[in-house]
Design a protein around this ligand. Structure first.
Ligand SMILES: [Zn+2]
Length: 403
């Protein structure tokens, strides 16, 4: 097409966990189908719509893996664990042979083989409380060669220095949010493979059971470990100066590791009540000079985990009305857009699924796929499939330049 110069800016709008399966409570519709999304539906009618396999075979369907794919990097070669991505977000200095775990403060029915995981967040423990507790555990329980770093609420990091060649690197403890009300014997067996780590977990539980702990945290849960995350430089790889906008550490960590700008938005919570307008303003401000923005909204995922069909539908509608609509209005046809989710968080299972995700690409003049709305079923019906998922970003750049 030759009627004018193609856009040079590319915007990714990612609604975490938005995709779903048909839901009985929604009359057999998905939240994407049930929600009023007039802007995404128009962009879908005018754009390319298909499915993208953001979670490679053999990897767990988490936001860490899936957002890495959407940012154009192959998780098969770059993903080392959840802990390392959050360490990147915190700006933690790691040696190449360090192993970093994500460490939750959790509530268990008991730290024993007949124990159950009750709450991965210890009742969404307050940050000031958990910081004091984690600092105390660091002083009183930590084995030689380990370091603890308190984070936000229940999310902390545990570093095993120089452990890359040791058993720490290989144990397979499950994410605590995936095993709510399930038995923990298998995970305790994994902890026991590293006596120093098991010793720490036991001592920490003893301290947390003491009288001067005002919270529901009664155990620590190290998981998602790996060596330091290194990503290729985003600008050098794709020729676009990029930024990420998100409330969640793992997206910030991915951006930071790829040398992107990480835009801080006050009041960005990761919940339904978040600072949508602040995210839009930050993205638009960056695009005055920058070329690429990755705007990530967490709320649909949270509602999926909560099994809240009405909330998830509302989260999808707000994403359309308060993220997509104002950005499209402000950018006009100066930018190309990709709208997608990182992974599905089906209400039926209240956790992530590895199914390919619906995406749409819009730029002025693109030949449309011919769908009526932006939904999972419409996306599957076009036959357009992008796999592996990290191919979506370079393909979007190609589509944009053909415009
Ligand atoms: Zn999730």
């Amino acid at each position: 097409m030759s009627f004018s110069t193609p856009p040079t800016k590319l915007v990714f709008l990612i609604a975490d966990g938005m995709g779903d399966w048909p839901v009985e409570a929604l009359g057999g519709q998905t939240p994407m189908e049930a929600a009023a999304t007039p802007v995404m539906d128009r962009l879908a009618r005018e754009g390319l719509v298909g499915l993208c396999r953001t979670v490679p075979e053999g990897l767990a369907p988490g936001s860490d893996v899936a957002n890495m794919s959407l940012l154009g990097f192959d998780p098969g070669s770059h993903h080392t664990g959840r802990g390392p991505i959050e360490a990147a977000a915190m700006g933690l200095a790691l040696a190449p042979d360090d192993v970093v775990f994500r460490l939750n403060t959790v509530t268990v029915s008991g730290l024993a083989d007949d124990g159950l995981m009750r709450d991965y967040s210890a009742g969404h423990i307050a940050t000031d409380v958990s910081t004091r507790l984690v600092e105390r555990l660091g002083r009183e329980c930590l084995p030689e060669g380990y370091a603890l770093f308190p984070g936000v609420q229940y999310r902390h990091l545990l570093v095993a220095r120089g452990a890359a060649g040791r058993e720490e690197a290989h144990i397979a403890v499950r994410p605590p949010h995936d095993i709510t009300d399930q038995g923990i014997a298998a995970d305790l067996a994994e902890f026991r493979r590293v006596p120093a780590l098991w010793d720490f977990v036991r001592k920490a539980a003893a301290v947390l059971s003491g009288p001067d702990n005002p919270s529901k945290a009664n155990a620590v849960w190290p998981w998602g470990q790996g060596r330091a995350l290194t990503l290729p430089d985003f600008a050098a790889t794709f020729g676009l100066r990029g930024a990420v906008v998100s409330a969640v550490d793992l997206v910030k960590g991915l951006g930071r590791a790829a040398g992107m700008a990480v835009l801080d938005v006050p009041g960005a919570t990761g919940l339904l009540e978040t600072n949508y307008e602040g995210k839009v303003a930050a993205a638009l401000e960056f695009l005055k000079d920058g070329d690429f923005v990755f705007v990530h909204v967490e709320a649909p995922d949270e509602c999926g985990h909560g099994g809240d069909a009405a909330g998830k539908t509302e989260a999808v509608a707000r994403f359309d009305a308060r993220i997509v609509a104002p950005l499209v209005a402000a950018l006009g046809d100066t930018a190309a857009l990709v709208i997608a989710c990182d992974h599905l968080t089906p209400l039926a299972i209240r956790t992530h699924a590895a199914d390919p995700v619906p995406f749409l690409f819009w730029a002025r003049g693109v030949t449309p796929s011919g769908v009526a709305a932006f939904t999972e079923r419409e996306a599957a019906a076009t036959g357009l499939a992008v796999a592996p998922g990290h191919a979506l970003l370079p393909r979007a750049i190609d589509w944009m330049r053909q415009g």
